[in-house]
Design a protein. Structure first.
Lengths: 400, 83
């Protein structure tokens, strides 16, 4: 019998502010963290969370991961004397790009000041595994440690990897999440060249007028533990990760398979992994990027997976409030979904007004929807993440 | 910049500022302080060498740095190269 995996701590740095509580409260209140066409973490001052040495030795994506991990570990009671030994605690933090600001800054140094002035810290700051390595180092997490790299599915893949480690017994706890800080000149120009970014600067997932994603930044981290041990030590269990499904489209480098075939298989795999029937889903936290292609393919995938009940299940996208956090998105969305289930609320898709032909789900426009706790089982949600490269990762989360 | 215009005090101050920027406690930065005890590691020392080269035109290699265990040793090295 595989072990159940509990979430005992969550942390987030997002355009809605610092802290997981701020994230869910603000989203439920319908606030947006998007300003001037980008979801910047304006309230995040890394100096509040890091020592001077840590600050210099971390790109912004790692700084955010350190802050979110600190919050999650403190909430789980891991600060001071941790309940799980460091040797048995893993750390997996995903990112889409890694330290791209460092790459851009150091390239300018190379061009203008010469090779001899390129920082010896350039590589350790820009490497995509810097966040996981830095979090592990700061907290003495000495089990498996690596980054996941699957574009906008990286955060969800990281959580899935952590879940499997605990289920299999490779670790008793895992600090899992995602981080991204790519609101830089090069990344923004490159996404714009692809026509992936909204030219109007508005994130309105599933709305007929959607025209691209709004770039965001941030980090989300969850502390995962074997549920029995967590309960035995009296930890507060915030939720349970009961299923994980991951697939590839094998279709196109950036465009999703138009009917969401790969996404459907990931959704079905996550439900099967959770031992849950498609009729027993109470909420879907959509990938919902606000791009024409994703939102259509994802809606089709949900129709195919949820069948007769597809149009009754509330489906909403956090990206309507914070933009697309790329490799952090899946993790921040898992944090928000966990807390939404705890509160028994489906948070809203902000700005959804105009139905698009063929996108016929209930996108929870404007205001949150109370979720009714079903008879005989806890509230259950699916959280979707899909990435360039054709990566699909779906988590099945349940209320504790 | 002519070497005659740079005093030992100036070099000491520049080196101390750099070390504090790297994360060392200013109270602990003194000529006899060992880099190791200041938690200044090999990556920091490469940065220190880059600063010295940029500010004073003195080239210090990573190998040189290994022979300079204290703050005072590094300042001596720069001063000797300048004179």
């Amino acid at each position: 019998v595989r072990r159940r995996v509990a979430i005992t701590g969550v942390g987030a740095v997002s355009p809605l502010g610092v802290g997981a509580g701020t994230l869910i409260r603000s989203w439920l209140e319908g606030r947006s963290g998007i300003r001037d066409g980008a979801g910047r973490c304006a309230d995040f001052d890394p100096a509040d969370h890091l020592t001077r040495k840590e600050l210099r030795r971390a790109d912004r994506f790692t700084q955010m991961a350190l802050a979110a991990a600190g919050e999650a570990l403190e909430a789980a009671g891991f600060d001071g004397d941790p309940p799980v030994p460091g040797d048995r605690t893993a750390c997996v933090i995903g990112t889409g790009i890694g330290g791209i600001k460092t790459i851009e800054d150091q390239h300018l140094v190379l061009e203008h000041r010469g090779a001899a002035q390129v920082s010896p810290l350039a590589i350790p700051l820009l490497m995509a595994n810097a966040a996981s390595g830095s979090v592990s180092m700061r907290h003495g997490l000495r089990g498996q440690c690596y980054g996941t790299v699957s574009a906008c599915a990286a955060g969800a893949n990281a959580i899935g990897a952590g879940v499997r480690m605990i289920q299999y017994g490779d670790a008793d706890a895992c600090v899992a999440g995602g981080a991204e800080a790519a609101i830089t000149p090069l990344a923004t120009a490159a996404f714009s060249s692809m026509a992936a970014i909204s030219p109007t600067g508005v994130s309105r997932p599933f709305d007929a007028r959607r025209d691209g994603f709004v770039i965001g930044e941030g980090a989300g981290v969850l502390v995962l533990e074997a549920e029995d041990a967590a309960r035995a030590r009296g930890a507060e269990v915030l939720g349970v990760v009961t299923g994980y499904g991951a697939t590839a489209d094998a279709h196109h480098l950036t465009a999703p398979e138009p009917h969401g075939e790969g996404a459907t298989r990931a959704l079905e795999a996550a439900l099967a992994d959770a031992g849950a029937d498609a009729s027993e889903v109470d909420y879907v936290n959509a990938h919902g990027t606000s791009t024409p292609l994703n939102d259509r393919a994802e809606s089709e995938a949900l129709e195919a997976t949820l069948g007769a009940r597809a149009r009754e299940v509330p489906v909403s996208s956090l990206k309507s409030a914070i933009g697309h956090l790329l490799g952090a998105a899946g993790a921040v969305e898992a944090v928000a979904t966990t807390l939404a289930l705890r509160r028994g609320q489906a948070p809203p898709t902000l700005g959804w007004e105009e139905r698009d032909e063929g996108l016929d789900l209930d996108y929870v426009p404007g205001v949150p929807r109370p979720l009714e706790v079903p008879e005989g089982r806890p509230l259950r949600a699916l959280s979707n993440s899909f990435g360039f490269g054709g990566h699909n990762a779906v988590l099945c989360l349940e209320a504790a | 910049m002519s070497s005659t215009t740079i005093s030992r005090d100036q070099i000491e101050t520049r080196v101390a500022d750099a070390l504090v920027e790297f994360g060392a406690d200013r109270d602990q930065v003194a000529p006899d302080a060992r880099f190791e005890d200041l938690d200044v590691d090999s990556l920091d020392l490469v940065e220190l060498a880059q600063i010295v080269e940029e500010d004073y035109g003195v080239q210090i290699t990573g190998e040189d740095m290994k022979t300079l265990p204290t703050v005072g040793d590094a300042v001596d090295f720069v001063e000797a190269r300048l004179s």
